[in-house]
Design a protein around this ligand. Structure first.
Ligand code: ADP
Ligand code: MG
Length: 323
């Protein structure tokens, strides 16, 4: 079982940012309104994720670390029908098999919290402990027992950069949640969770971009697009500033990217690529994803229609604005 978990871990956990992604998505699924992520040394020596979500019942703590253990949905096809980000029940078992993990959690109803320690997949401790409502995960010495994996890691600075990018995307995906990111003792990101996407954009990208946005709000059939697009004055040299989320999930889609870029083309000044932070709400029945755990690719049942709608929405959004 240990070896199987380690192999599975290779699929789910490629690097420290994968750990952060899985843990924060669990916090979001647990209904947290505030999530704090703290890392040291690019996350290789230390990752701590604290949330104020539902917590885990004492008798469910050990169970949560079993492979394919999920309290969420069971059918992959349901991925986009449900609100939860996790669905495979593989993350915790994977992480625990390749690191030293400590969990402190308390549900609202429980009198006391629980502390659970699991190292390399081996359970070390389960004890009562005073704790606030919510959950804290501590992940130390990532890949300590899988040296081959460790070799593929980049420098701590680069790994921390991946986590920082991830935190920014998460903050943009959920303006209703307060995210804090602390790297080597320094706060790098702290959003308010006041539901205001523009505030998050300002916080991450600064005044110049925030002052040059066109607001988008369009609906066509099963698709709604809301959010912001940067005016040509703040166009960019690459796709790195095109953020878009589908049903709260960060995703890459060539169809959407092309729609954005084509809709933008007429207005282009210097660069081909706009800044965007767009939220798509799409009926789950019309979506399909590549279910490889780390690659989330979108397939939409009517690609051409989606492409046109994105293109027109971006075009209209920028038309008649002061450019
Ligand atoms: P999945 O997210 O696919 O269900 P995970 O391995 O990520 O699988 O988590 C296993 C289970 O542990 C979850 O289904 C959930 O019940 C519980 N869990 C994990 N993290 C948290 C958290 N931060 N707060 C509450 N419950 C959690
Ligand atoms: Mg999960």
């Amino acid at each position: 079982q240990k070896t199987i978990d380690q192999i599975a871990a290779g699929e789910v956990i490629e690097r420290p940012s994968s750990v952060v992604k899985e843990l924060v998505e669990n916090s979001i699924d647990a209904g947290a309104t505030a999530v704090t992520v703290e890392i040291r040394d690019g996350g290789t020596s230390f990752i701590r994720v604290t949330d104020n979500g539902s917590g885990i019942d004492r008798d469910q703590v050990a169970v949560a670390f079993l492979r394919h253990s999920t309290s969420k949905i069971r059918v992959v096809e349901d991925l986009f029908h449900v609100a939860s980000l996790g669905f495979r029940g593989e993350a915790l078992s994977s992480i625990a098999s390749i690191a030293m993990v400590e969990l402190i959690t308390k549900t609202r109803d429980a009198d006391a919290g629980v502390r659970y320690v699991i190292e390399g997949g081996a359970e070390k401790k389960l004890e009562d402990m005073a704790a606030p409502d919510g959950t804290t995960f501590l992940v130390r010495s990532l890949f300590y027992n899988t040296p081959a994996r460790r070799k593929f890691l980049k420098s701590p600075m680069t790994e921390a950069g991946y986590i920082s990018d991830l935190m920014e995307r998460l903050a943009l995906s959920r303006p209703d949640i307060s995210f804090q990111f602390i790297n080597n003792g320094q706060t790098k990101l702290h959003t308010s969770g006041n539901h205001n996407l523009k505030d998050v954009i300002y916080h991450i990208y600064g005044r110049e971009i925030a002052a040059n946005l066109a607001e988008i709000d369009a609906e066509q059939g099963p698709v709604r697009i809301t959010g912001f697009i940067g005016k040509p004055a703040v166009s960019r040299g690459n796709r790195g500033f095109e953020n878009y989320f589908i049903n709260g999930r960060y995703i890459k889609s060539n169809v959407i990217a092309r729609g954005i870029e084509e809709g933008y083309r007429t207005f282009m000044m210097q660069h081909k690529y706009p800044f965007t932070a767009l939220h798509f709400t799409i009926d789950g029945g019309l979506l399909d994803v590549n279910v490889h755990p780390t690659k989330m690719e979108l397939r939409f049942s009517n690609q051409e229609q989606l492409y046109r709608f994105v293109r027109e929405t971006v075009h209209q959004g920028l038309m008649g604005r002061e450019l």
